[in-house]
Ligand binder design. Structure first.
Ligand code: HBI
Ligand code: FE
Length: 296
């Protein structure tokens, strides 16, 4: 496999030392994928395509179908890149795993989406702690075919590079925005709430839970509210935020965030499960099954 070795650094966070990989770009070693690798892709793909009918947003299902992804084998990055570049100027690059934030943002700002080159093992089918090829390719890539969402992701990357320069809590606020939109966002359609967040669409359990359980809150999108709201990394989300349209996301990133960051610095963060008087509430969750600690 012609991967330049990815030096693994460890970053001290409030969750202890987490491995952060270098930004080495890795050619997708497609010929090295085993039969088991392709079977894991096939199982997850078929299962999620079934669960997501009536649950994922129309645009997610449409863009994913337009990319010609099938269960029979792991897609080839260079084949998908031909479609992506033509549609929205984006391309996939292979990486070892999580990148240092500034590198990640810089890739997004330049319309490069980092996709982990390896896929999880059969025993990790239902959960693994970091993004693998299935999470990235099945979850993140399809909506990059949508011009408005593709522009949002590039604008988000530019915002991340700027936030990195500002320092302070700017990256915390921006990471929450990514988490509650790109990873765990819901969208309102005429026929009901639907999923567009990658962290949800790549998970069978959460695809059902986020829409059909009474436990979580479902609250209308509000940029500053989201930037103040802590989140969960090892359980289902306590709160899901609902956008009206992808255009709403794009518009939300048009102002200069620096004054917003300065204002948020004077306000307390909001626990993941709270509902505010000012919220547009689609569902005030029962909180059933929630853990009392562990908000990030
Ligand atoms: N790196 N490869 C990769 N994929 C991600 O989704 C990712 C990352 N590094 C940082 C990161 N996400 C989050 O901190 C974002 O909120 C920036
Ligand atoms: Fe992700």
């Amino acid at each position: 496999m012609n991967a330049t070795p990815a030096r693994v650094e460890h970053q001290l966070t409030d969750k202890g030392y987490v491995p952060v990989y270098t930004t080495a770009v890795i050619e997708q070693p497609w010929s090295t994928y085993s039969t088991t690798d392709h079977e894991v892709w096939a199982t997850l793909f078929a299962r999620q395509r079934e669960v997501l009918v009536g649950r994922a947003s129309d645009e997610f299902l449409r863009t994913q179908a337009s990319m010609g992804m099938t269960p029979d084998r792991i897609p080839k990055f260079d084949e998908l890149n031909k479609l992506l570049r033509k549609a929205t100027g984006w391309e996939l690059i292979g990486v070892q795993g999580l990148l240092p934030e500034l590198d990640f943002f810089d890739h997004l700002a330049n319309r490069r989406f980092p996709v982990t080159w390896w896929i999880r093992k059969p025993e990790q089918l239902d959960y693994l702690s970091e993004p693998d090829l299935f999470h990235d390719l099945f979850g993140h890539v399809p909506l990059l075919m949508n011009p408005v969402f593709a522009d949002y992701m590039a604008a988000y990357g530019r915002g991340g590079v700027k936030a990195h320069g500002i320092g302070g809590e700017a990256l915390t606020y921006l990471t929450r925005l990514y988490w509650y939109t790109v990873e765990f966002g819901l969208i309102k359609q005429a026929d009901g709430l639907r999923i567009y967040g990658s962290g949800i669409v790549s998970s069978k359990g959460e695809s059902i839970h986020c829409l059909e359980s009474n436990a979580p809150n479902r609250i209308g999108f509000d940029l500053e509210r989201i930037m103040r709201t802590r989140y969960r990394i090892d359980t289902y989300q306590k709160t899901y935020f609902v956008i009206d349209s992808y255009e709403q996301l794009m518009e939300a990133t048009s102002p200069d965030f620096a004054p917003i960051y300065a204002k948020l610095d004077t306000l307390p963060s909001i626990p993941a499960g709270d509902v505010l008087q000012t919220d547009t509430v689609f569902n005030h969750g029962t909180g059933e099954g929630w853990l009392s600690d562990g908000d990030v």
